[in-house]
Design a binder for this molecule. Structure first.
Ligand code: 5GP
Ligand code: ZN
Length: 142
């Protein structure tokens, strides 16, 4: 999928703040984080949405999810975490390569409102996000 932005991130032709990869998945910081530590987990195989997964694809993909969640939990000590993913433009999907959002929650005043989905790029600059990625990389077991 030459034109797919997330396939290009996996190939390395578009830079990303990677935190983890294995044979099946790639995890990196969202470029427009809604809270501290907002991560995206994607399958290396181009799958547009949940409907296109085989059972094996799903098993391979979700095997990595607890590793990412626990690294975020250990590093940032959130009080909760939203795992979210959108299927179809009507549901808010903007990148049509399947991705699971990990959104650590700090308290009810962390400013994240699902209905508004406002990013915090002023607080989490590209440099700051690279720093967060570096700390997370050290937390995830291979
Ligand atoms: P969706 O709305 O499709 O569920 O979420 C797409 C997500 O991908 C958004 O949160 C957006 O910030 C993120 N995103 C889009 N383009 C890029 C990119 O080039 N790099 C990174 N790291 N994240 C991206
Ligand atoms: Zn893709």
């Amino acid at each position: 999928m030459g034109s797919c932005i997330f396939c290009q991130i996996i190939e390395g032709s578009i830079p990303s703040a990677k935190i983890y990869e294995d044979e099946h998945v790639y995890a990196f910081m969202d470029i427009m984080p809604v809270t501290k530590g907002h991560v995206l987990l994607i399958p290396k195989k181009h799958v547009e949405n949940i409907y296109d997964f085989t059972e094996e694809d799903a098993a391979n993909f979700f095997a990595a999810a607890p590793k990412i969640a626990n690294a975020l939990k250990d590093e940032f000590i959130p009080v909760g975490m939203n795992l979210l993913q959108n299927n179809g433009a009507a549901a808010g999907q903007t990148v049509f390569h399947y991705h699971l959002h990990f959104i650590p929650r700090y308290d009810e005043t962390d400013g994240f409102d699902l209905a508004k989905w406002e990013s915090k790029q002023d607080e989490f600059t590209p440099e700051k996000v690279q720093e967060l990625a570096a700390t997370l990389r050290g937390k995830i077991s291979q």
